[in-house]
Write a protein that binds this ligand. Structure first.
Ligand code: ATP
Length: 236
C-alpha cells in the first residue's frame, strides 16, 4: 500500500482558557479517499481541519502532507490543500469570476483564465460568472466557496460541514458534487453531524468525540461494529 497522503500523529491542541480541543489524535488519510469526520458540536473537528490546513498551530503532534512536515516548511503542503470553511468568506460586491480568480492569485499561481473557466463550468457556475456574490442563492454561494477552494488546483479538499443548515435538495446536490470531485482524483475530508451523510458519501468514517478519535473504519464495518444506535449516542 502506498504512503498515506496525510499522516497525523499524536495531535493535541489546547486553547487559551484551558479547553483541550484535541487530546492526541492519530490518523492516516489515503490518497483519493473520501473521509467523513463525524461528531457533535465542540468535538474538535474544525480544530483538526484548521491545524492540517496550517491555520491553527497545534500544541504538539506531527502532520505530514505528502511528506511535508508541519514542523518544517509547510508552505508546499498548504498549496496542496483547498479549504471550504463553514462560514462564507466572500465579498458581497465582487463577481463570481473575480472571487475565484483572485483566490488563485493568493496561492501564487499564475493567472489562467482557461482554468478558472473549467472550474466554474464544473460547478455549473459559468452562467453566473458576472453575477455579484450578493445576488446568488445560498446554494450558489456554497458552490462559489468550493470553486474558490479549487482555484489553485489542490489535491486535497477539506469541506467543513458543507451541508449544515441547507435543505435536502441542496444537500443531495453537494453529495453529487463531492462524488464528481473524487472521481477526478481529489482526496476529500469532510466534517458532518449527520450519520446518513457520512454513510452516503464517505469511504471511511472517523468519529470524533471530546477531542478524541473514538472510532475509525470503512463505513459499513463501522456501522455494523458500533450499530446505528451506538453511533447516535456517540453523537449526542
Ligand atoms: P462544531 O461542529 O460546532 O463546528 P467542532 O467539532 O468543529 O464543533 P471545534 O470548533 O474544533 O469543534 O471546537 C472544539 C473545542 O475547542 C470547543 O470546546 C470550542 O469551544 C473550543 N475552541 C475552538 N476554537 C477556539 C478558540 N479559538 N479559542 C478557544 N476555544 C476554542
Amino acid at each position: 500500500m502506498s504512503d498515506p497522503i496525510i499522516r497525523i500523529e499524536g495531535l493535541k491542541k489546547s486553547y487559551a482558557g484551558g479547553v483541550e480541543a484535541l487530546k492526541g489524535v492519530d490518523l492516516d488519510i489515503e490518497k483519493g479517499e473520501i473521509l467523513a469526520l463525524l461528531g457533535p458540536n465542540g468535538a474538535g473537528k474544525t480544530t483538526l481541519i484548521s491545524i492540517v490546513c496550517g491555520i491553527v498551530t497545534p500544541t504538539s503532534g506531527k502532520i505530514l502532507v505528502d511528506g511535508h512536515d508541519n514542523q518544517g516548511d509547510f508552505r508546499a503542503a498548504r498549496s496542496m490543500i483547498g479549504l471550504v470553511p463553514q462560514e462564507l468568506t466572500t465579498d458581497a460586491f465582487e463577481s463570481v469570476w473575480a472571487t475565484v480568480s483572485f483566490s488563485r492569485g493568493l496561492f501564487g499561481k499564475p493567472r489562467d483564465d482557461r482554468k478558472i473557466e473549467d472550474i466554474l463550468r464544473r460547478l455549473t457556475l459559468w452562467d453566473k460568472r458576472k453575477a455579484k456574490m450578493m445576488e446568488l442563492s445560498g446554494g450558489m454561494k456554497r458552490r462559489v466557496m468550493i470553486a474558490k477552494a479549487l482555484s489553485h488546483e489542490p489535491e486535497i479538499l477539506f469541506l467543513d460541514e458543507p451541508t449544515a443548515g441547507v435543505d435536502v435538495e441542496l444537500r443531495r446536490d453537494m453529495w453529487e458534487l463531492v462524488r464528481k470531485l473524487r472521481a477526478d482524483g481529489t482526496t476529500i475530508i469532510l466534517t458532518t453531524h449527520y450519520i446518513e451523510e457520512a454513510e452516503e458519501m464517505a469511504d471511511r468514517v472517523g468519529v470524533i468525540r471530546k477531542g478524541e478519535l473514538v472510532a475509525l473504519g470503512e463505513k459499513k464495518a463501522l456501522m455494523a461494529q458500533m450499530g446505528q444506535r451506538t453511533l447516535k449516542i456517540t453523537l449526542d
